[in-house]
Design a protein around this ligand. Structure first.
Ligand SMILES: Cc1cc2nc3c(=O)[nH]c(=O)nc-3n(C[C@H](O)[C@H](O)[C@H](O)COP(=O)(O)OP(=O)(O)OC[C@H]3O[C@@H](n4cnc5c(N)ncnc54)[C@H](O)[C@@H]3O)c2cc1C
Length: 505
């Protein structure tokens, strides 16, 4: 029904094979536009110096790089509206950006684009304890919200492993998850209202406390996960939760990642509801134990399973006993239990610091992201191991096992052209393996620029057309983050709606 456009049919996007975009693609902004932008946000908040723009040439997926034409850093909804209005009236594309920790190239600049960053919009505007709601600007760092609400006995549940750096705006755009989202759900469950700047600078209010977004058309739900392609969230209203009374943390040590995977299935199938179930595999343990983050995990372990229960204190010990039994039945070598908060932090350390520690193994890292049904974890992990062996690539796995959300981390050296090609081929095979197992191409890191090419593995033309149509409702001229999410596909006998997919923007 449709084919992916060939390389060259569309504007070239950086690929792992090239590691960078061709030079000379980024055009300078007209000086009148620069001075008009400076008029709105102040001269010091418009960045056009080529050296300074290099800071913004990629997000956390550094295999794709392109410096933007400029970066603008507004401080309010009104400034964002004026900036977007000005850029769009000049036909200039806008790429929203939070902290740039994204792992799918979502905040990568387009050749004609200007990045609008939210770094200065970092204020928590309201904490409403009675209604358990907070209103924050999009540049607030995720972990800051929990820090600010803890004194009121509240916290913000979605906890991406990057939570000490990533922003709430980025979390909304990616519908981010995290270790504790197994029990508590991902970002979408917590966003109750949004102020959004749309194409041309229009400001709209979506949802909001007291206005149940689920009894009318759920535009909040549609916006969450739109990866910066619909508009810019400028104020975010979020649900808070009461801090739980008790917590129990266990660490299961296994000979193989497959047996750890089987233990996960057994724990969930037994009816237990852990807050988090995370796997760290052998290569990751080696890297962490050799680093400053060493957590005392046995080096001979093939995998470690971090399991956490929280809630009312009564009953938690029983849950922990049952989970320990599941681990032992699946061949755990030992199961440790945290005895105090410091011990808990130590048991979590290898999981939390895994990405940082991998720098010891190889200079470059591609963090893949896919989901599979939990029961398929053992066979898919074995398949990933096989792919790594066939391509001679080291793949370390650290992931949200309870959700079946895999993160195979492919380690490589970008200076080695041959290795880059192998990484790209291995990534593709991993995606296919997960889709064949009944899973999908992303669990939480989004599609961005990296996964566009895999969208047709899981979505047919009708679904892709519906997504393109939704984008046009918010952004009719495709001036927000073009070239992301929707693949460049040509649909046979294309209708008008389908033709939009031919340019993917
Ligand atoms: C070490 C590490 C661990 C990670 N762990 C997790 C994890 O456990 N779970 C998880 O889900 N992710 C994880 N991530 C990925 C990343 O942190 C998340 O996707 C995060 O939500 C991105 O936030 P950001 O502020 O960095 O956004 P950016 O990277 O700046 O942008 C991400 C996307 O959001 C858009 N965007 C940003 N702000 C706005 C806005 N205000 N309005 C509209 N669109 C906007 C951008 O255009 C882009 O498409 C991890 C990343 C790293 C580096």
């Amino acid at each position: 029904m449709y084919r992916l456009l060939e390389k060259g049919d569309e504007e070239p996007v950086a690929s792992l094979l090239t590691g960078k975009v061709s030079s000379g693609m980024t055009r300078r902004l007209p000086s009148t536009v620069v001075s008009d932008l400076a008029e709105i946000v102040g001269h010091e908040h418009v960045i056009t110096d080529p050296d300074c723009l290099l800071v913004y040439e990629s997000d956390g997926l550094t295999a794709y790089r392109r410096p933007p034409r400029a970066v603008v850093l507004p401080s309010s909804t009104e400034e964002i509206s004026a900036v977007v209005g000005l850029l769009h009236s000049n036909g200039i594309e806008v790429i929203p950006r939070g902290a740039g920790t994204g792992l799918s190239g979502g905040a990568l600049a387009t050749p004609e684009g200007v990045i609008v960053g939210t770094a200065r919009m970092n204020r928590i505007l309201k904490i409403d304890v009675e209604n358990r709601i907070a209103i924050a600007q999009p540049g607030v760092i995720n972990a800051r919200l929990t820090e600010a609400t803890n004194p009121y006995g509240l916290y913000y549940a979605p906890d991406p492993s990057s939570q000490s750096a990533c922003t709430l705006g980025g979390n909304v755009a990616e519908n981010s998850g995290g270790p504790h989202c197994l029990k508590y759900g991902v970002t979408a469950r917590y966003v109750t209202g949004l102020t959004v700047v749309l194409a041309g600078g229009r400001i709209v209010e979506l949802g909001g406390v007291g206005r149940d977004p689920y009894t009318t058309l759920d535009l909040v739900g549609l916006f969450v996960g739109s990866e910066g392609c619909f508009g810019i969230a400028t104020e975010i209203e979020l649900r808070l939760l009461p801090i739980t009374e008790g917590v129990r943390t266990l660490l299961g040590i296994f000979e193989s990642v497959e047996s750890a995977g089987r233990a996960v299935t057994k724990i969930i199938a037994s009816g237990l509801m852990p807050a988090a179930v995370e796997i760290v595999d052998g290569p990751t343990i080696e890297a962490v134990e050799a680093s400053v983050f060493a957590a005392g995990y046995p080096l001979e372990a093939g995998a470690a399973l971090v399991i956490e229960f929280d809630g009312t204190d009564a009953g938690l010990d029983l849950d922990a006993d049952r989970a320990e039994q599941c681990c032992l039945e699946e061949g755990a070598i030992e199961v440790q239990r945290a005895t105090d908060p410091e011990h808990r932090t130590k048991l979590w350390r290898a999981r939390k610091k895994a990405f940082g520690a991998m720098g010891r193994i190889a200079p470059d890292l591609l963090v893949q992201d896919a989901t599979v049904p939990r029961t398929k974890l053992p066979e898919v992990l074995a398949g990933i191991d096989d792919i790594g062996n066939r391509y001679g690539l080291k793949i370390a796995n650290v992931f949200h096992a309870g959700d079946g959300n895999l993160h195979p981390n492919i380690l490589f050296d970008r200076q080695n052209q041959n290795e880059l090609e192998l990484v790209e081929r291995a990534s593709k095979e991993i995606m296919q393996l997960c889709v064949d197992a009944g899973g999908t191409i992303t669990g939480e890191h989004g599609v961005g620029v990296d996964k566009r090419q895999y969208m047709t593995l899981v979505h047919g033309p009708a679904e892709l057309e519906a997504m393109a149509a939704a984008k046009r409702v918010f952004d009719p001229d495709s001036l927000f983050n073009p070239g992301k999410v929707l693949p460049a596909v040509e649909v046979k006998g294309a209708t008008d709606t389908a033709k939009i997919l031919a340019i993917g923007e």
